[in-house]
Design a protein around this ligand. Structure first.
Ligand code: FES
Length: 173
């Protein structure tokens, strides 16, 4: 019977957890690299921060269609960033009455299909967008100073100044 030389298999060397610093070996523990608890995003310095540019504004005055008991026409005021909004939206946002009775009930919501959002530009028409084809259609026989508020952009993003608007010009005779 043949005999085999059995060689003891040496066990793989255990991992060395000891440290070399102390007399007694210490086991080290695995600690995943910690993420910083907060990341600072403050990278700008006064020199590198962009200047906060003021956007040009348009001042608006809205003259009411009927004089009060004192004989004066009421005036409401609003401001808008140039080129940012339609005249209709500025009026609605500032709770300035735009529509007459029929328009209040039946307006098209600014879609340019009812012709009820008429205003007259008394001053500052150059600060507004040009008349649209919709306006040419609805205001064909009306004074040139009349506009549809839902088609009129106030300002061109660069200009500033004052626009005076007559509300409900069809009521003023
Ligand atoms: S809201 Fe209808 S045309 Fe202006």
């Amino acid at each position: 019977m043949a005999t085999k030389n059995l060689v003891p298999i040496s066990s793989p060397r255990p991992p060395d957890f000891s440290t070399t610093t102390g007399k007694h070996p210490k086991f080290s523990t695995f600690s995943p690299r910690r993420k910083p608890s907060s990341i600072s995003l403050a990278t700008s310095s006064p020199e590198s921060s962009p200047e906060i540019l003021e956007k040009p504004e348009i001042e608006l005055e809205f003259i009411g269609p009927k004089a009060g008991a004192d004989g004066k026409f009421p005036v409401e005021k609003a401001k808008a960033i140039s080129g940012a909004k339609l005249l209709r939206n500025i009026m609605l946002d500032n709770k300035i009455e735009l529509y007459a009775t029929y328009g209040k009930l039946m307006n098209c919501g600014g879609g340019g299909s009812c012709g009820t959002c008429i205003v007259e530009i008394v001053d500052g028409k150059d600060l507004l967008s040009e008349r649209t084809n919709t306006e040419f259609r609805y205001l064909k026989k009306k004074p040139e100073s009349w506009r549809l508020a839902c088609q009129t952009i106030v300002g061109n993003k660069e200009n500033s100044g004052k626009v005076v608007v007559q509300r409900l010009p069809q009521w003023r005779k």
